[in-house]
Design a protein around this ligand. Structure first.
Ligand code: 5AD
Length: 343
């Protein structure tokens, strides 16, 4: 397996069958090399993103997600602008210089105006912070307006790069073609862009993951969000099994070697699958954590999957716990924006 890892380091790309071998390898060399490359690029610093789950309303009906429109057991909420700014202030005090506004595709934000106001308010109050949006599919003009208002980055997971697989995870109204178009639009506008996929989502095969890697190669994003699928009991996939941790970790390692400078989070889903999942992710090449700075009340209601961690904590609890976890593995949270390092 060593030769394939070395080839990946040198060429930053592999043939499909070679990727498939690495995806299931138990040879520690892959993860060791990924961890080494992470250290070469970022030292012992881990970038933190203060995550604000600002609305759980969603017009979409993705079969995997607990926030899906058809889930009548989901208690809906939407944070006010003041609550969001208060969360930013708490995050700022904890040393975070990136805020991620994540939400469902909330019809309240169909028009750009309330979002533009929100982005502008954060931009003015926190001029030294990066603003990341994770709010789903919108028009080119809407993305452009948000960028001009001061948003820096955008996360929009592609979920799977295979059309048939995409259709098994989403209702007909949603298409992979539109998702990809959004990602290309965001790139063209100038956002630092993140795509990504779940590992072990229902009907996913190793070939699909290879297609994901090839799509990532083509899109050339600044960030990739990738964690295990976890079932949510109130969704059509409630009885499916969770994604495989070993494959997830191998995907993180492969991504680090494909793109040494990539901003790659150790996801909350990985930390939900296993208590020290995020630490394991970092040891396999991840360099970003996303501590939750949302008000405690809403956290239980923002359930993409069952068993989400940290729902009874406040921002400070989450921050202290995260800093301790990082320290245990010889790492430290960086107090900076953690922008993509070009080159
Ligand atoms: N398990 C794991 N990840 C999920 N997401 C949504 N539902 C689940 C689930 N059941 C991920 C999707 C989405 C991101 C915000 O969360 O990839 O893009």
């Amino acid at each position: 397996m060593k030769h394939l890892v070395d080839k990946l380091i040198e060429c930053r790309h592999l043939l499909p069958d070679e990727y498939k071998q690495l995806l299931v390898t138990t040879d520690p060399y892959l993860r060791q090399k990924a961890n080494e490359v992470r250290k070469q690029v970022f030292g012992n610093k881990i970038f933190a993103r203060g995550l604000i789950e600002f609305t759980n309303y969603c017009k979409n009906d993705c079969y995997y997600c607990g926030l899906r429109f058809s889930n009548k057991n989901c208690n809906r909420y939407r944070l006010s602008v003041d609550e969001i700014l208060e969360s930013c202030a708490e995050g700022y005090a904890l040393g975070y210089r990136t805020f991620v506004l994540q939400g469902g595709e909330d019809p309240h934000y169909n028009s750009d105006e309330p979002l533009l106001q929100l982005v502008k308010s954060i931009r003015v109050q926190f001029p030294d912070c990066a603003i990341t949006l994770s709010i789903g599919e919108r028009s080119y003009d809407s993305y452009k307006a948000l960028y001009n208002a001061g948003a820096d980055r955008f996360l929009l997971r592609h979920e799977t790069a295979n059309d048939e697989h995409y259709a098994k995870l989403h209702p007909k109204a949603m298409t992979l073609a539109n998702r990809k178009q959004c990602l290309y639009d965001l790139k063209e506008i100038g956002f630092q862009v993140g795509c990504g996929m779940m590992i072990g989502s229902p009907h996913q095969t190793l070939d699909h993951i290879v297609e994901d890697l090839n799509f990532i190669k083509e899109l050339d994003p600044e960030m990739v969000g990738c964690g295990p699928f976890l079932p949510h009991s109130d969704t059509p996939f409630g009885k499916e099994s969770a994604g495989n941790k070993e494959i997830t970790l191998n995907v993180l390692a492969i991504l680090r070697l494909m793109k040494p400078n990539l901003n790659l989070p150790a996801t909350t889903a990985l930390g939900t699958l296993e208590d020290d999942g995020r630490e394991q992710g970092i040891m396999c090449g991840a360099n970003v954590v996303m501590p939750n700075i949302s008000p405690t009340e809403g956290r239980k209601k923002y359930q993409l999957y069952d068993g989400k961690i940290g729902t009874t904590d406040n921002a400070t609890d989450s921050g202290i716990k995260m800093a301790e976890r990082m320290k245990k593995i010889g790492c430290e949270i960086a107090v900076n924006r953690g922008d993509y390092i070009n080159g």
